[in-house]
Design a binder for this molecule. Structure first.
Ligand SMILES: [Zn+2]
Length: 131
């Protein structure tokens, strides 16, 4: 992998809350993932990626124990990456995504994905739903 770390870091620092999906599952992910997966957060940070600003996450349904599994989490990285790139941290497997929404970015970049991520999930408070 040949990430452009400076460009990636600048991109993530330019992303505001309005760029992050505001659904309950994504918000739950952003709030909890760094604490639950510190080594994954560190690995992403070394690439210039802010783990709290995912490009896309694909959550399953919360299970009966109050846990929610995200079967894939995707992040934009500037630079290049071979198609067969793979990396592991514990149970989490990283790869280069070939299936993701249009990034609308013209410069050389790729989408890094990893799975699975499993986090506690709390239903949003009722006042949030009624907003
Ligand atoms: Zn979402």
């Amino acid at each position: 992998m040949k990430p452009d770390i400076e460009k990636t870091r600048a991109y993530y620092s330019s992303l505001g809350p309005e760029n992050i999906c505001d659904c309950a599952y994504c918000q739950n992910y952003c709030v909890r993932v760094k604490e639950a997966y510190p080594e994954v957060a560190l690995y992403l940070a070394a690439l210039g990626v802010d783990i709290e600003k995912p490009f896309e996450t694909l959550p399953l349904e919360p299970d009966e124990n109050g846990y929610l599994e995200y079967c894939v989490c995707q992040y934009i990285v500037f630079g290049s990456c071979p198609e067969d790139f793979t990396y592991r941290i514990g149970d989490v497997t990283f790869g280069r995504s070939d299936c993701h929404p249009n990034t609308k970015i013209d410069e050389e970049h790729f989408v890094l994905d990893f799975y699975p991520i499993r986090l506690p999930f709390e239903e949003p408070k009722s006042e949030v739903i009624q907003r």
